[in-house]
Design a protein around this ligand. Structure first.
Ligand code: AMP
Ligand code: MG
Length: 283
């Protein structure tokens, strides 16, 4: 039997299936029994499926369909969010993507509700939106560093659930992926950034300070999974020590999500036979 997914990724990686994130193994490959080589082969073929499905979504969007897909990426520094954008996003036509990253809020953003900047960044009809960090930062560093009082961040889980259910009702299909690296792997990746001039730009001295809050971040992630993992906006927990697996897994989840939309090519909004005759009759 060929190696591959023996359990669908959407089942094997679902937050509710993987157990507490504090004891999650970032080296594991849940649901998948292949190695790096078979994983890379599968990524290429599923990537083709993803590209075809993305074109279908885009074509429908151009024809007035209001659906879109939103992939939310979360994870500690160095977990590989940027790599997912490049290597999974890179499998499809860039015209069909809407990629937004969320850093520390600007003074202007801080004057508004935490969802203000998120609303402005939502994918238009027919697009796959990718959020590199998201509204979940407002219950991660904000919670860990008490950037707002507990009474305020505590309310945000319900606000987020409400916001996401409205998005879904409006035609956006949401999947949320949290990339999980081990603390040792993060150390190795930070060391590499310090060793390589071509990686200095990714290094932020603050990342080392954040390592001191590792357990508080894990707790904050655990609450996110317990409070905001809904069938209509599911969380997936992706072991990310092996980059090839994280990319394969996110590609698989995105591909099955798009396939689940069961889109067809839009009908022509012109008379095909009449146009053929006009073309034949033209010079
Ligand atoms: P990077 O993803 O490496 O560009 O870093 C972005 C930084 O912005 C990270 O340290 C995030 O935790 C931080 N960040 C993003 N959103 C927020 C937020 N709402 N409040 C505080 N910090 C944030
Ligand atoms: Mg960073």
């Amino acid at each position: 039997m060929s190696k591959g997914w023996f359990t669908p990724a959407a089942e094997a990686l679902r937050a509710s299936a993987v157990g507490p994130v504090a004891s999650f193994d970032p080296e594991s490959t849940p649901g998948f029994d292949g190695d790096k080589e078979s994983g890379s082969e599968l990524l290429a073929s599923r990537g083709q499926d993803l590209a075809d499905l993305q074109e279908l979504l885009y074509a429908n969007g151009r024809s007035g369909d209001h659906r879109s897909v939103l992939l939310v990426l979360q994870g500690m520094d160095t977990a590989g969010k940027g790599g997912i954008v490049r290597h999974v996003g890179g499998l499809v036509d860039p015209q069909g993507l809407s990629i937004k990253g969320f850093g520390k809020p600007t003074p202007e953003e801080l004057q508004h509700d935490f969802l203000w900047r998120i609303h402005k960044a939502l994918p238009p009809a027919g697009r796959i939106g990718i959020f590199d960090r998201s509204h979940y930062e407002d219950v991660l560093p904000v919670r860990v560093h008490n950037l707002v009082p507990k009474a305020e961040w505590e309310k945000r889980y319900d606000i987020i659930n409400q916001f996401e259910s409205e998005l879904v009702a409006g035609g956006t299909t949401i999947i949320k992926c949290c990339l999980v690296v081990s603390k040792d792997e993060q150390k190795a990746r930070l060391a590499e950034r310090l060793d390589r001039p071509d990686k200095y730009w990714k290094y932020n001295p603050g990342d080392i300070d954040e390592r001191a809050h590792w357990d508080a971040y894990l707790e904050a992630y655990q609450d996110i999974f317990e409070l905001t993992d809904k069938d209509s906006a599911p969380w997936f927990v992706i072991p990310a020590n092996r980059k090839w697996f994280a990319r394969l897994a996110v590609c698989e989840l995105l591909t099955t999500t798009l396939a689940g939309l069961e889109l067809d090519w839009p009908e022509a909004d012109f008379d095909v036979e009449a146009e053929k005759k006009r073309l034949a009759a033209s010079d």
